[in-house]
Design a protein around this ligand. Structure first.
Ligand SMILES: [Zn+2]
Length: 386
């Protein structure tokens, strides 16, 4: 039982005007099931942004679960997006690999609105393999933010979701094996090793990452699924891999994603950066994945935005909901007029081929103007689907 959740439920339950004919949950679920919706759902990834929107600094919420949850619910109550994204930062993901006294060297909390920066925890492939072979991630977990912050925050939001009778879904996030493999050592090192290290050694490392991820699923089954979670975002890695590397190594993510989708009926895949069509093909062929949060075309591919939206929508036809628009960069640096235009372009290019969800390719930057977030919501709400 959480006081902060109960206060919000008392303030909101039965008192909110409806948005359209469907509930938020029904709208997002229908789009992911490739069914008709009253409006295109809007679910931008607001995890850091909602902290500053609600008037908190990142320092203030870093160790304060109630304030973190308060920020997420307040933002939803004001804006009425079709999902609530939980707050996640990189320390939730890797603090458990690091003994407490060493953590200050690894995480840098800069300004009030800045992202948490981190330093890699292994510098050679041998070191990275050793971390996994010795199960270093289990040794330091009990006082890590995975336990002290991520889990209680997640439970509070799920409590809110359930007490509000599933009007609005809470989206949780999990990193895939390749995301971990890259994060632990930094992406550029990982990419270099794919070229210079023996293939079987890279394979061994990726398999270790896969094993850890599969083991972590028991936690998610027990604490997330059993408490009502149905919407899961997979934070993918392998965003800068070439076609050969995707062929050789990317199967670990597919294996993992298919297991996740067996537990969470609304699983979707976050693939940010410059997207290779081949990577999107691979994701699109993954069993159970109902949506893809994609991003920009790869370097050198000279297509217009409407062409790119259409190309991807055709790929996802009959398989996935296309999640995009505007770009994260435009949301932060563009005008609200430009944001609105891109949302319209995306909807126009996508709906003839598959369902759509307004969800920029990556997390909304903390410095993004409020009017730009409102512009993406208002633009989608203004259009009724016939
Ligand atoms: Zn991203």
């Amino acid at each position: 039982m959480s006081k902060i959740v109960d206060q919000w439920v008392e303030r909101l339950k039965g008192k909110l005007p409806p948005v359209g004919e469907m509930t938020h949950w029904e709208r997002l679920a229908a789009a992911m099931d490739l069914k008709k919706t009253d409006m295109v759902p809007v679910a931008p990834e607001l995890d850091y942004w909602q902290i500053t929107y609600a008037g908190y600094s990142h320092k203030e919420i870093y160790n304060d679960v109630d304030k973190t949850t308060d920020a997420c619910i307040k933002t939803w109550a004001d804006l009425r997006c079709d999902a609530i994204w939980m707050y996640i930062d990189i320390s939730h993901q890797i603090e458990n690999f690091i003994p407490a006294e060493k953590r200050p060297e690894h995480f840098i909390l800069r300004g009030d609105k800045d992202y948490l920066l981190f330093k890699p925890i292994a510098h050679t492939l041998d070191e990275a393999i050793a971390l996994y072979e010795t199960k270093a991630y289990e040794r330091y977990i009990n006082d890590s933010r995975a336990v002290t912050h991520y889990t209680p925050h997640m439970l509070q939001l799920l409590e809110f979701q359930e007490k509000m009778d599933r009007q609005v879904p809470v989206i949780l996030g999990m990193a895939t094996p390749t995301n971990y493999a890259e994060t632990v050592v930094e992406v550029q090192n990982f990419l270099r090793w794919m070229v210079v290290e023996p293939e079987d050694k890279m394979r061994h490392y990726l398999n270790l990452c896969l094993q850890e991820r599969l083991a972590s699923l028991e936690f998610y089954r027990e604490y997330a699924a059993k408490n009502g979670c149905q919407f899961m975002c997979l934070f993918g890695g392998a965003r800068t891999w070439g076609p050969k590397h995707l062929d050789k190594f990317a199967d670990v993510d597919r294996i993992f994603a298919e297991k996740v989708a067996e537990i969470f009926p609304y699983t979707f895949w976050h693939h940010c950066g410059h997207n290779l069509p081949k990577a999107l093909d691979m994701i699109s062929a993954t069993r159970g994945v109902k949506g893809v949060q994609y991003d920009m075309p790869y370097y050198g591919q000279t297509v217009t935005w409407p062409e790119w939206f259409e190309e991807v929508a055709r790929k996802f036809h009959g398989k996935q909901c296309a999640m995009n628009a505007p770009t994260t960069q435009l949301a932060c640096h563009g005008t609200s007029q430009q944001v609105s235009e891109m949302v319209d372009q995306f909807i126009d290019a996508t709906l003839p081929h598959t369902t759509a969800c307004i969800m920029p390719g990556c997390e909304i930057d903390s410095f993004t103007p409020v009017e730009n977030v409102k512009a993406m919501i208002d633009t989608a709400r203004a259009r009724r689907i016939k």
